[in-house]
Design a binder for this molecule. Structure first.
Ligand code: KG4
Ligand code: ZN
Length: 376
């Protein structure tokens, strides 16, 4: 069910554009962006600045929460100023400020959220405390005309979920991972192949030209009737095969096999979810969206696009810059909520864990991604 959008009455002033500063600090990117949302619901990204901390964390093979939080504190001021300057605006030109309030590394989340609260208080602007996952959910709307509702596969470092998204903030979970997230599987397997952090893009690069059929990997949950995911068996099998592999061609073939196996599982579960979604949305346009960092993977995109086509769904994936963490998606989620008349109080909490479909998460608490903390 879509939430009731308020009907404009004749006495209402013309709906105004929302121009929102978005802030994202939940993991290892300090990001700020300005997005305009017009009354017809069309988004325009006026600026999007992302300062990656990859170099600071790479020596440790993953994100170090304390280093991340300190870097956010050092960068947020300048990154926000740059986003405003590139948009040709100052704070007076904004209608709201949106900050990621979770889920993620809480020390980092608090930096962006506190900064957002300070801006809201000093400038008298409404604050929107955005769920990072909701940002990923709306990210495909940044660059494409994509009306609600749609079926979403959200595949990031900490999450792997299929969601029926009826409107901003209104979604139903159809499936999720019972162990690792897809990005987490990419990252952990990449590590066993000796690849640097972050593993997903490095594994995709290594897999280029590899033979995906040379190594047999288990097909997890095959034949199960739900839309859940599991990657731990694949991870164990790949780690065993990786042991002792030194020749570049061997490593390349294993990387290709892993990438294909992950893409295939995502496609099999999405196929099942499309069937259920189509039955529940009989007679309505059918749209399938893939979002989150793993959506940057070309094999994953192509495999999913083929399934969507087979099932009669349109296929949308955000441009690569909006697949991985960014603040434009946070600004848009905030702008869409503002347009519905929603805002949050200045004591909105930072939330390390924050499921999108809270009812489904409460009913099935085992279906939470395995990784806690970084990229959670
Ligand atoms: O959405 P994101 O930037 O951060 C959150 O987890 O919220 O996703 C990061 C994840 C990492 O696990 C990274 O390895 C994966 O997305 N990723 C990729 C690719 N680019 C990023 N995985 C496979 N292929 C890629 N090209
Ligand atoms: Zn993310």
């Amino acid at each position: 069910m879509s939430p009731a959008r308020p009907d404009p009455s004749p006495s209402d002033p013309a709906p105004k554009d929302q121009i929102v500063l978005g802030l994202e600090t939940s993991c290892d990117e300090t990001a700020a962006a300005v997005v305009r949302l017009d009354a017809a619901g069309q988004a325009e990204v006026l600026s999007s600045v992302v300062a990656s901390q990859i170099a600071a964390h790479a020596p440790y093979g993953g994100v170090v929460p304390e280093i991340a939080a300190r870097a956010h504190v050092e960068n947020i001021d300048a990154i926000a100023a740059q986003a405003l300057a590139e948009a040709g605006l100052d704070y007076a030109g904004l209608t709201g400020v949106a900050a990621t309030a979770g889920p993620g590394l809480v020390g980092g989340v608090m930096v962006g959220l506190s900064f957002g609260k300070a801006v809201a208080l000093a400038r008298g602007l409404p604050l929107i405390a955005v769920n990072h996952l909701e940002g990923h959910a709306v990210s495909a709307r940044l660059a494409a005309h994509l009306p609600y509702p749609f079926l979403l596969l959200l595949v990031s470092g900490g999450h792997c979920q299929l969601l029926a998204v009826e409107d901003v903030g209104v979604c139903r979970r159809l499936g999720s991972t019972i162990d690792d997230a897809a990005g987490e599987a990419f990252d952990k397997i990449a590590k066993t192949l000796g690849l640097p952090y972050p593993g997903g893009p490095a594994l995709e690069k290594l897999a280029q030209g590899g033979d995906p059929d040379r190594f047999a990997l288990p097909r997890m949950l095959l034949g199960r009737k739900d839309c859940d995911f599991s990657f731990s068996g694949l991870k164990t099998a790949a780690a065993r095969l990786a042991e002792g592999l030194t020749a570049e061609t061997d490593r390349r073939d294993l990387a290709a096999a892993v990438q294909t196996a992950i893409a295939r599982q995502l496609a099999e579960r999405s196929d099942r979810a499309m069937k259920a979604y189509a039955e529940a949305h009989d007679g309505r346009p059918l749209s399938f969206v893939v979002a989150g960092g793993v959506a940057a993977n070309k094999t994953v995109r192509a495999t999913l696009e083929a399934v969507a086509e087979k099932r009669g769904f349109s296929f949308t994936a955000p441009p690569l810059a909006y697949c991985t963490d960014n603040a434009a998606m946070i600004a848009l989620a905030g702008a869409e909520r503002l347009a519905l008349g929603q805002a949050h109080p200045l004591d909105a909490p930072a939330r390390p864990r924050w499921p999108l479909d809270e009812a489904a998460a409460a009913a099935n608490p085992t279906h939470q991604p395995g990784r806690k903390g970084a990229k959670a």
